[in-house]
Design a protein around this ligand. Sequence first.
Ligand code: AMP
Ligand code: MG
Length: 416
Amino acid sequence: MPRMESLKGVEVMETMISLERALEVVLQRVKALGVEKVGLGQAYNRVIAADVQAPMDMPPFDRSPLDGYAYCAQPTDKAPLTLNIVSEIPAGTWSEREIQLGECARIFTGSPLPKGANCVVKQEDTERLGDRVRINQPVAPQANVVYQGEETKCGDIVLKVGDYLSPAAVGLLASLGVEAVEVYRRPKVGILSTGSELRDVGSPLPPGKIYNSNTYTLKGLLLEAGCEVKVAPFVEDDLGETIEALKTLEDTDLVVTTGGASVGEYDLIRDALAGVGCELLFWKVNFKPGTPVALGVKGERLYFSLSGNPAAAVVNYELLVRPALRKLMGRTSHERVFPVYMDGDFGKSGKQRRFLRARAVFRNGEIWADPSFAQGSGVLRSMRGSHLLVDVPGGHGPVQKGERLQGRWIASWEED
Ligand code: AMP
Ligand code: MG
């Protein structure tokens, strides 16, 4: 039975649950979005929504993988073999001239093999004698031929539902002449930052105020994940204002808010979510940083209320929002977890599970995680350059250098 708790008048189904339970609750509620057909130029980073069958063979004809001479090799051929050159076949051309025994065609990389030829000998192993060629090392029948359909046969399933359209996947479709594909719709995600201390860049900063950075960080993460983003102007810690702002995001598929998520008198986001008609499925997940994350749901739309703390908000996003987005986008693969060795200590020990930000270092073919620079007070500053989250179980005690723990990527290697 879910635990019912009444918090400041708002009913929350579950509280202080494990990350795994929270993910279960999130993923139970997420369904992949609708499907649309897009041209290849728009297909990057999308997810295939209907299996794609190859409409043709690739390559579409038997072809030469190198510059040389195509001829009809016999198992009894002896060196040297001298042949008459009867045709020349540059790439992109087609020759009807059938090759007979004693004949060959001058051929190039990517050119179609002429009828009658069963091999290609490379130019480096031949000597040109006017309109004849001497083959110093005859090759066996079938040597150096790329056969029609060798890579892909007409009718092969080349991409399946849930496959991600990487640059190579889009290129593969192009190679098969596929012009457009069925993909899942791009999620439209709303962002709302809350906090009376916030100001936007470009405006002066009175005492006690800070610039709103969460909106910018989250927008970047969402764009990178392939979402369409709608930003609501940030609001003060005011219930009415927050409710009005949330209402402007009802044309989205998912909403992410930051701030006002904790226990103080000005932490109003859960009341605001209830105010727009959300059911609150959980509040507080048992990990640090970012414990007071909450999930609301209204119809099909999920509302993630993330911590206002800039680094905690990113950790919340990585651990809970990203998996939801992946499912919304139709992706079927899972986040990858892998072992890392600690490249530094982390002294604090606590009852709560903790995700340490760390820089990844490759050493001796292993991934080492350096957490030393990343946990400091310049939280957002040190988020830059963090590649990993290292999972330190609750009650683990101080983390020692050399220890083996589980890690997961949060940034690509390009981000240094
Ligand atoms: P809260 O979740 O409202 O308790 O905020 C936690 C901390 O994060 C406080 O120090 C806030 O000032 C800070 N904070 C909240 N929202 C933002 C934001 N949008 N950008 C930068 N810092 C924020
Ligand atoms: Mg606040």
